[in-house]
Design a protein around this ligand. Sequence first.
Ligand code: XIL
Length: 480
Amino acid sequence: MKHPTIGRRRIFAVGSLAVTALAAAVTVTLLAGNAEAASTLGAQAATTGRYFGTAVANGKLGDSTYVSILDREFNMITPENEMKWTSTEPSRGNFTFGAADNIVNHALAHGQRMRGHTTVWHNQLPTWVSSITDANTLRSVMNNHITTEMTHFKGKIYAWDVVNEAFADGSRNHRSSVFQNVLGNGFIEEAFRTARTADPGAKLCYNDYNIEDWNAAKTQGVYSMVQDFKNRGVPIDCVGFQSHFGSGGPPSTFQTTLSNFAALGVDVQLTELDIAQAGTTAYSNTVKACMNVSRCAGITVWGIRDTDSWRTGENALLFDGNGNKKAAYNSVLSALGGGTPVSNPPTTPGSTGQAGALRGVGSGRCLDDPNSSTTNGVQPQIYDCNNQANQRWTFTSGGALQVLGKCLDAYAKGTTAGTKVVLWDCNGGTNQQWRMNSDGTITGVQSGLCLDVSGAGTANGTLVALWTCNGGSNQKWTRS
Ligand code: XIL
């Protein structure tokens, strides 16, 4: 389909709320057991290790119908407009993150993960940027924008759309944009390198539309770029397929496209799915294409109710204007029940930049921040692995293990067996640095002690602490 024209909508800047206040007000939502596993999009996707997300507009977080569907069905959020350049750096060096912070805080308080969208894009770009003609100026403006924005949200973003829509329709080449015209072909690579340094824990994605058909020139152009990046070691972890489809749904080659990209060694994600008239077959074909590709990590729809969609009058989403489930909802829910489990590249407990669950070998349960608390001093426990943000640990280049923006910390710099392990504000201290060992153990850099499931317990809620390394399976961890 023709890509709809981008219109500018009003963006509401709402002051950010304290995460702790929100977290305290929220009861535990993570205890949903298996009985519920098949009844919502997010829970159903999680049964194969995938996520199901939606675009969220900050201005709608006061709408109770909207928020109740959001928190019931979705475990990944992309800000619809709030992380774009016009929203985050409206004038040079003036960074405004309030509206995006509000969405991120909502996600943290409700166990949802975040996709960051987007740092470098020719649309929703302020004219002070698009009018730059000097390459050195633009290079430093672009890199500063990426670095400042990604640093602001560091530790809280699962994947970033580092560059959005850089290729021209009907062509293998980049489109005309200020970045292309002033910096040349290398701007995409430069943006990805800058992004990796800014937040090594986030997956870095290239995101585009009309790249779903394997036979399209544009698809081939993006494929060649990703192949080249992989060959030369340019950091890229994922490709986002926007999936704004006409009423016929995805092209017949969509699954082929997803698996061919995945074979290059990147995750693939459906990032902005909507389908004119929301046909049940069109939707289920789309979902199945992802479910059949083991590196298809998840699906995000571009809004909740038809009335929330940027595609006015096209009835393109899964809920009607009243918030009722449409027929397409049921076809998506059932398609999410099939397919192959998600697979990621083989891992040890952690290499730098890696984010994901840490599963205890002895218990089979995952290292978990109880109730997604971000209060200093909370003690991590083991709990049923549920693929939620409070079980997603990022191992940073500084050796920290971060969850929900907090760092795993040997309490009061203790170095004796039995020292509590807590979450604390990240401060770079040696008691917040960890070594991932090839035998699966995780040792504190300051103490040399091992991260140990107390008493070799296996029950939900068993705490972890530091203990003398002894080779036990309660001291071994795998990434999952
Ligand atoms: C759209 C938003 O949904 C609208 O609210 C806004 O007016 C324009 O942008 N590709 C993208 C998204 O990457 O950011 C766009 O979102 C839709 C097309």
